[in-house]
Design a protein around this ligand. Sequence first.
Ligand code: RP5
Length: 162
Amino acid sequence: MTRPVVGIIMGSQSDWPTMREAAELLDALGVSYETRIVSAHRTPDRLWDYGKTAVQRGLQAIIAGAGGAAHLPGMMASKTRVPVIGVPVQTKALSGVDSLYSIVQMPRGYPVATMAIGAAGAANAGLMAAGILALQDADLAARLDQWRADLSASIPEAPEND
Ligand code: RP5
């Protein structure tokens, strides 16, 4: 089995329908990844272990999604220098603005690359991780360029009449 180079982590099983968008992008681009439930509040020891071992396990990017008081991405960024890409999961109570604000306003020194709220953010997190890896991987860079060209080509020049 190929060693995962991207970690997709999320605070809860309920985040998976959102975070699978990141996984699907990485599948499409041929990037190896692992998926884990790691909660800042419910499994803090798991979070600590994951962050502590991320470099030695060869992870090159961590995509972290959480909703509400979404401390997972920021806490992970405090524990590892592996780049953390944060995905604010949409919530029922506050539509994900709570998640966004919890993730984006990191103190100087511990950055989280924060994506848009919800599914688009998760998909973009996959693309962002692939873009980071593509800097050192020419084959992946070619696949990412092709993916972007295909998306561009799929956009019609004018709207269809209904
Ligand atoms: C957060 O609380 C998770 O990231 C999730 O988005 C939210 C709700 O979790 P569940 O109550 O659905 O498990 O920690």
